[in-house]
Design a protein around this ligand. Structure first.
Ligand SMILES: *[C@@H]1O[C@H](CO)[C@@H](O)[C@H](O)[C@H]1NC(C)=O
Ligand SMILES: *[C@@H]1O[C@H](CO)[C@@H](O)[C@H](O)[C@H]1NC(C)=O
Ligand SMILES: *[C@@H]1O[C@H](CO)[C@@H](O)[C@H](O)[C@H]1NC(C)=O
Ligand SMILES: *[C@@H]1O[C@H](CO)[C@@H](O)[C@H](O)[C@H]1NC(C)=O
Length: 293
């Protein structure tokens, strides 16, 4: 990216966010407004200014957003992430232990973004309980255009590929998280629990979360995983808030320093995704060290 392109993107961002926040739309907004914000439950607003709860997990210049199962409003999911390279899934085991795993496409498709949707699955296979337990959050690995072959498919968890050969070109390749507001039973495929090693590897390869970082139960959903054509099918109903799964959407804070705005050898320090400070070398001053003194 040239400096000019960089500057244009920066100005565009500045224009959209105005640099201040009257209402938070996402964990990214919350982080940008204060880098010391603690992990925890926050209220954000959708495009119609209706509030809903999210759990924000903050790291240095990035983080993850988990949506509450009790949201009860239309979720503008595109506001909640900036990357489709991976998602982080948390799982609460039957004994109450919480684990987490990074999920992405297998190496063979490493340049292919995930399909992340709220109550839609554009270009990806239809989930079995889409009407019964709606709304839902959808994470597609291979779109139908890539999955409807008898080829090698799967998912990558904790930096390990878990693969199967699609036996009949059935293009299922997804994890779905159901809000299931009426707590209904699932349809199709019996109990839906066929715990093959392949289907549960994302749990077995998960990392234990320190108990102090456990998320409240409202962030754990019923979930359905479907792979293939002979990969497998799993449905789990979160019971007494156990055995559920939570979808963590990745956001990165834009760093205005990538544009190298400081002149004459000044060093750049970002304080939010729209604001930066230049530490000028001796003999220079001004916002971008452009002034010779
Ligand atoms: C930022 O958040 C921290 C932690 O909640 C708080 O102590 C601090 O006062 C906040 N800073 C501002 C400028 O609001
Ligand atoms: C938020 O939680 C993660 C672990 O889940 C931790 O690595 C991170 O440091 C926490 N962030 C803050 C701001 O406490
Ligand atoms: C919960 O179950 C998991 C997997 O079965 C196990 O690794 C973990 O040690 C258990 N935790 C507790 C507190 O019993
Ligand atoms: C993936 O992207 C990288 C970087 O853009 C590129 O060099 C590589 O050739 C791509 N690989 C495939 C399999 O398309």
């Amino acid at each position: 990216m040239t400096n000019l392109q960089c500057l244009l993107i920066f100005l565009l961002l500045l224009n959209f966010s105005g640099g201040t926040y009257s209402v938070f739309r996402s964990c990214k907004d919350i982080y940008s407004s204060n880098h010391s914000s603690p992990n925890g439950t926050y209220t954000v607003h959708n495009k119609e200014n209706k509030p809903f709860k999210v759990y924000c997990e903050f790291h240095d210049k990035f983080g993850y957003t988990y949506i509450s199962r009790h949201a009860g409003v239309e979720v503008n999911i595109d506001d909640l992430f900036t990357s489709k390279k991976h998602v982080k899934v948390r799982h609460v085991l039957q004994n109450g232990t919480q684990i987490e795993t990074i999920l992405e496409n297998i190496r063979l498709y490493k340049n292919l973004s995930l399909g992340i949707f709220y109550n839609r699955h554009i270009g990806y296979a239809l989930p079995i309980n889409y009407a019964n337990l709606a709304p839902y959050l959808y994470v597609g690995f291979l779109p139908i255009s890539k999955a409807s072959y008898t080829n090698i498919q799967g998912y990558r968890a904790a930096n390990t590929d878990f693969i199967f050969q699609n036996c009949d070109s059935n293009p299922n390749s997804y994890f779905v998280f159901y809000f299931n507001p009426q707590q209904k039973a699932n349809l199709g495929y019996g109990s839906g629990f066929i715990p093959s090693g392949f289907m549960t590897s994302w749990v077995t390869y998960g990392t234990a979360i320190p108990t102090g970082d456990y998320m409240p139960p409202e962030f754990y959903f019923d979930y359905e995983i479907h792979m293939g054509g002979c990969g497998g099918y799993v449905f789990r109903h979160q019971q007494d808030n156990q055995d559920g799964a939570a979808l963590g959407l990745r956001f990165d804070e834009y760093d205005p320093c990538v544009c190298s705005p400081c002149q004459n050898g000044g060093s750049c320090r970002s304080t939010s995704d729209t604001q930066f400070f230049c530490d000028c070398v001796a003999g220079y001053a001004g916002d971008t060290c452009g002034k010779h003194i």
